[in-house]
Design a protein around this ligand. Structure first.
Ligand code: NAD
Length: 470
């Protein structure tokens, strides 16, 4: 008989820890959930009286409104939450290492290690510790070593892997009705009991047949593998989009025809300017690093190609813009619509829009940017990071952040759709056309626009994966 979990602590109040544990609190009113973070500004935002939450995610506000103060709490008091909890999620960031061994590929596990050490230092009774962060295979072993070497007498730690498969933009729907919940544990009686304790939490709303229990190392590797497979599909369709543009085929017709094959399926076959987000590239590079570490260079090369194709697609799209605008964009104004890495999120991590704006600025263009959800400070920060040699004054001379798509487009030579926000389909393109320099160009990097209608208005339109119709 496994003791039910009564108190949960989640270390890391980010895009994963916040929504995931808010949903657990909502669905399990009998469990007290405390989400902690070292970042005070982030916790203050989660606690803000007018619900100015630190991240935008459809449906999240409602979840937090219902559970916050009832059995959901946000705090910077990491130690108190660790000490009180029966079960602790470690949901901290695991970015790609910037320097040292494995720089550019390996996951930086400094945050995981520091959270683990904190747990060991603070806990005075036994805990279940759950890896929620995406980590390299066998990270649980390192965590166990750290915990056991530092634990107090009568204090045992059972470590589980429970990777998160939510996608930003649909996080709440994904958490309410997950395709699967994956829990990895050691196949010991204690490991299996800990696994059952966590499974019982999810079983409050997830059907049992969707809760998969596997070995620890399979669980850790499954997350990296799932992201690699998803990104691979995008790179595959994007490579075909290049072929389409050069042969007269249409990538949407291609995707439709391929997707009807039940062995292939229709999802994740949408051609675009490239994938972004904090996970796909980072997790594939991590897989490449692991493959090289275990002396499998051919496996590493295979997965590295998925990232290289993504870089190529962004570069190819930027080049199309320059080539089409008569081989020069010097001093021309390009309106970039969308800056988030995908629709329905304010997250810009690895957003293709950053790479596009960078390319345009290096070609001496002027750029106007509009995104409905990304804070302006974030845009300036991203541009400063992508152009480290440019002082911010220089960037601000060439870039304007506009309050609407219409304002961004005014007097521009070209519009680039970088994010598939629904509002870009619905704006009055005739009004936009009238404010632009002529000939007016639209480059649809997300295949969301009605090209024939835009051509009727007078635009020249180029779309990913479709030959241009003049
Ligand atoms: P994030 O950067 O938004 O949040 C991580 C938070 O952890 C930060 O607020 C940071 O301040 C906090 N933190 C770091 N060290 C800490 C410590 N020692 N004590 C307390 N707080 C600490 O990251 P995220 O997007 O939520 O991702 C978290 C993990 O989940 C990563 O491993 C990521 O790969 C994985 N993941 C992310 C997504 C996604 O869509 N973002 C999806 C699935 C899995």
């Amino acid at each position: 008989m496994v003791a039910p979990v009564k108190k949960i602590c989640c270390i890391g109040a980010g895009y994963v820890g916040g929504p995931t544990c808010a949903v657990i609190a909502l669905k399990c009113p009998q469990i007290e959930v405390t989400i902690v973070d070292l970042n005070k500004a982030r916790i203050d935002a989660w606690n803000s009286p007018d619900y100015q939450l630190p991240i935008y995610e459809p449906g999240l506000l409602e979840v937090v409104r219902q559970a916050r103060g009832r059995n959901l709490f946000f705090s910077t008091d990491v130690d108190a939450a660790i000490e009180a909890a029966d079960l602790i999620f470690v949901s901290v960031n695991t970015p790609t290492k910037k320097s040292g061994v494995g720089a550019g590929y390996a996951a930086d596990l400094a945050y995981v290690e520091s959270a683990t050490r904190r747990i060991a230092d603070v806990a005075t009774r036994s805990k279940i510790v759950v890896e929620k962060s995406t980590v390299p295979c066998r990270t649980a072993e390192s965590m166990r070593t750290i915990l056991e070497a530092n634990s107090k007498p009568n204090c045992r730690f059972d470590i589980l892997s429970n990777p998160e498969f939510l996608a930003e933009g649909t996080a709440i729907d994904d958490l309410f009705a997950p395709d699967r919940v994956l829990i990895g544990s050691l196949q010991t009686p204690e490991g299996v009991a800990a696994c059952e304790a966590l499974a019982s939490v999810y079983a409050n709303w997830v059907p049992r047949e969707r809760i998969l229990t596997v070995g620890l190392w399979s669980s850790e590797l499954s997350k990296l593998a799932a992201n690699a497979m998803l990104a691979q599909r995008i790179s595959s369709i994007n490579s075909l989009s290049a072929l389409c543009e050069n042969t007269g085929a249409n990538v949407e017709e291609l995707a439709h025809a391929m997707g009807r094959d039940t062995r292939i399926g229709p999802k994740f076959l949408r051609a675009s300017v490239g994938f972004g987000g904090s996970c796909f590239q980072k997790d594939i590079l991590n897989l490449v690093y692991i493959s090289e570490s275990v002396h499998l260079p051919e496996v590493a090369a295979y997965w590295r190609q998925v990232v290289e194709m993504n870089e190529y697609q962004k570069h190819r799209f930027a080049k199309t813009v320059v080539d089409t605008l008569f081989n020069t964009i010097t001093n021309k104004t390009i309106a970039v619509l969308g800056f988030a890495f995908k629709a329905d999120t304010g997250d810009t991590r690895e957003s293709p829009a950053i790479a596009l704006v960078r390319s345009f600025l290096l070609e001496s263009a002027k750029v106007t940017i509009y995104d409905p959800k990304v804070p302006h400070e974030q845009i300036w920060l991203d541009l400063s990071e992508t152009l480290p040699d440019w002082p911010i004054e220089k960037i601000q001379k060439s870039v304007t952040i506009a309050p609407s798509a219409l304002e961004a487009a005014k007097k521009s030579e070209a519009i680039v759709i970088a994010t598939e926000w629904k509002e870009f389909r619905e704006i009055d393109w005739k009004v936009i056309y009238d404010t632009m320099k002529k000939p007016a160009f639209v480059f649809d990097g997300r295949l969301i626009l009605d090209a024939p209608k835009l051509r009727e208005i007078g635009f020249r339109v180029k779309q990913i994966g479709r030959p241009e119709v003049l």
